[in-house]
Write a protein that binds this ligand. Structure first.
Ligand code: PLP
Length: 398
């Protein structure tokens, strides 16, 4: 039997239409986009068309789109790029802040700069997993970056980024310097929730990250959207690609795929959201009827994400027992290296570490070519029911 997949927040299968758009660039159209002959100019045109597709999907201008190879790289480029540009201009290191529930590719570069002379802090979240807007007023005047994600990858909780951006803009600031940068990681939000870079900028935001493989595009492409007022230094120096901010011959096929995926990720968002929301509600009522705790239940959340725990049952055990039945879900703290631990997001929310160890994440497919169906949810419920009964019988005789 083929796998029933409930880990769409980790990655999505490649959309067949996206693959079709990419194929010419994996075959005959292989020229370097920096070449000045016809084939090179064709490759350049394909990249610029993809840039327009990404910009159109996100309500941005093409000149604001910087292609990178991953969301992780885009987040690093923003945080380290702002910090380096600031110091390159002769300023002493300042202050950097992010929320306490950021993905490691935001939290770790902030920590790394903390070891290199910057002061840092992490804004707290409440028990529903939402960042406290009032904490922004306490940020020091020399804060150069505040990064808060639009939707959390584990709980799905949407963050009040517009209110945070407003609060960040209106707090005491040194008016003679370039604006401090408010950044949002929108990697999990795109394709599942409305995302507009223009609206974000109007609220006071400056930079946003999106990633291709979360929306039916290929791995190996992502983008940082950046307001041109924000100075950035590159992470990779070299040939001057991407406005001198990301040297290296472009991955044309992946960028073309990303552009095609963006166009599809914003189509029929309302219809796709309401179908996912209905399945999410059905799944969560069943989980609660079997004694599960749903994390961030009281927060506004993505319609595809359920983060839950059954008290007394280890999350990783559930993942591996379901895996034997060809059902793929994620445990709470699975990270890039495959190491298991307790979710730092849940700890930041004040969840008891013993309960947090039981966390499982079920993320439904929302893209039309790979949408989770009623049959899929019924299969998950059926298999989870069997596995839970098995574990409960085992606990009774142990
Ligand atoms: C919220 C968030 N930001 C960033 C990333 C990293 O994106 P990428 O896998 O493209 O590096 C992820 C990946 O899971 C994520 O969930």
């Amino acid at each position: 039997m083929s796998m029933t997949y409930f880990d769409h927040n980790a990655t999505t299968p490649l959309d067949p239409c996206v693959l079709e758009a990419m194929l010419p660039f994996l075959g005959g159209h292989f020229a370097n986009p920096s070449a000045t002959y016809t084939a090179g100019r064709d490759a350049r045109r394909a990249i610029e068309q993809a840039r327009e597709q990404v910009a159109a999907a996100l309500d941005a201008s093409p000149s604001e789109v910087i292609f990178t190879a991953s969301g992780s790289e885009a987040n690093n480029l923003l945080i380290r790029g702002v910090a380096d540009a600031w110091c390159n201009a002769g300023h002493p290191p300042g202050h950097l802040a992010c929320s306490s529930i950021e993905h490691p590719c935001v939290a770790e570069p902030v920590r790394a700069l903390g070891r290199a002379g910057w002061t840092t802090d992490a804004l707290p979240v409440d028990t529903t997993g939402q960042v406290d807007v009032t904490a922004v007023t306490a940020l020091p005047e020399n804060t150069r970056v505040l990064s808060v994600m639009l939707a959390n990858n584990e709980t799905g909780a949407l963050q009040p980024v517009a209110a945070l951006a407003e609060a960040f803009r209106s707090r005491a600031n040194n008016a003679t310097q370039e604006p401090a940068c408010f950044h949002t990681d929108a990697v999990q939000a795109l394709g599942k929730h409305p995302v507009s870079f223009a609206a974000f900028q109007a609220a006071g935001g400056h930079a946003m990250t999106v990633s291709s493989h979360k929306i039916g595009g290929p791995k190996g492409a992502a983008a940082l959207l950046r307001d041109r007022q924000i100075s950035l230094a590159p992470l990779v120096y070299g040939g001057g690609q991407e406005q001198g901010l990301r040297a290296g011959t472009e991955n044309v096929a992946a960028i073309v795929g990303f552009g095609a995926a963006c166009a599809r990720a914003v189509a029929d968002l309302e219809g796709r959201s309401s179908r996912a929301r209905a399945l999410q509600q059905q799944l969560e009522s069943w989980l609660k009827s079997r004694g599960a705790v749903i994390f961030s239940a009281a927060a506004e959340r993505l319609p595809n994400t359920t983060f839950a725990a059954f008290p007394g049952i280890d999350g990783e055990t559930l993942v591996s027992l379901l895996d034997r039945q060809d059902v793929a879900i994620a445990s709470g703290a699975a990270c890039g290296s495959g190491k298991q631990g307790v979710s730092s997001v849940l700890l930041a929310m004040g969840v008891d570490p013993v309960l947090a160890k039981g966390a499982i994440r079920i993320s439904l497919g929302m893209m039309s070519y790979a949408a989770t169906s009623q049959v899929d949810v019924d299969r998950l419920i059926g298999q989870l029911d069997k596995v839970l009964s098995q574990l409960q019988r085992f606990a009774a005789v142990a």
